[in-house]
Design a protein around this ligand. Sequence first.
Ligand SMILES: *[C@@H]1O[C@H](CO)[C@@H](O)[C@H](O)[C@H]1NC(C)=O
Ligand SMILES: *[C@@H]1O[C@H](CO)[C@@H](O)[C@H](O)[C@H]1NC(C)=O
Length: 337
Amino acid sequence: MPTSFMYFTLICFPTFGQTSLPLVINTWSFKNATAAAWEVLQSGGSALDAVEKGCERCQEEQCDGSVGYGGSPDESGETTLDALIMDGNTMEVGAVADLKRIKNAIGVARAVMERTEHTMLVGESATLFAENMGFVTEDLTTVNSLDIFTQWLKGSCQPNYRKNVFPNPSKSCRPYKPIAKLGPEKKLHTNVHSHDTIGMIAFDRYGHIAAGTSTNGLTHKIPGRVGDSPIVGAGAYADSTAGAAAATGDGDVMMRFLPSFLAVEMMRAGTDPSAACKMAISRIKRHYADFFGAIICANATGHYGAACNKVPGLLQFHYMVSNCESDTPLLKSVECF
Ligand SMILES: *[C@@H]1O[C@H](CO)[C@@H](O)[C@H](O)[C@H]1NC(C)=O
Ligand SMILES: *[C@@H]1O[C@H](CO)[C@@H](O)[C@H](O)[C@H]1NC(C)=O
């Protein structure tokens, strides 16, 4: 028997009650990331390795400028990274936030999981940990990120995420001081390409699930800002007995509702993956009708779905799927509601 055929039957043999496993799903049309994760699974690698390699690919490719080095400079012009990885069999989690001068955020997140008793490390201390674990430190600034930063400074630091400060943040740059009287809630700036976090779910052929995220956060964020991506239950969640989910969008708002955890719990209770995704979006919508966000969900048997909140910049949400039914990653889309 030719080895390639043996290989295929070994990896892609259908199992009763399950969709074809292994399976990779990720947010947005980050096709090369899907392919990288799929390659790991096809060669018999673990779901955890698949998520790590998939997210790493996006970091290297700087997917949409929202993942990896040289994107989303903060108020001081620096790119900082957030990432998370979760093992749905052991419930172990590793995360890094506000990681500086290290390109491979998902790799450091995995090191936090595997080489410490902790769950999350942040800032300069996370960088020091990464250096000790053999990761290389380098400047994450590129010509492009420097240009975004310079243009922003020239344009009086617009937009920014300040409120209730003096001088007026919608006209002036920092430094700011607090003003005595708090004003009304400031409207969010919806910028479609400032939110394209990669969130990925991978199933190996035994139904072992892992999930992960990687992002450089929000362009012009206040230094120290951490979004939803590295927060377990917000950016992603995985439990091999129930399913997994990963979210993308206005992290500052979404993290208040732990949408990934909520969706997984709905699926545990028997809710269909698409309906579970919708419920997680609906919960946020109730309070923030025009938030920008989407979520992907897969239950324990590998059935999957997605949902997104319909706003002017997001009518349809694209995500990628790889399984034994196709040689190349499939682009899927869902209508937002
Ligand atoms: C995806 O990978 C191919 C082959 O390596 C490469 O040519 C292409 O530029 C990549 N796509 C992106 C968006 O980086
Ligand atoms: C996963 O969802 C599908 C589609 O709704 C359903 O048929 C299947 O029973 C679900 N699996 C589990 C373990 O709940």
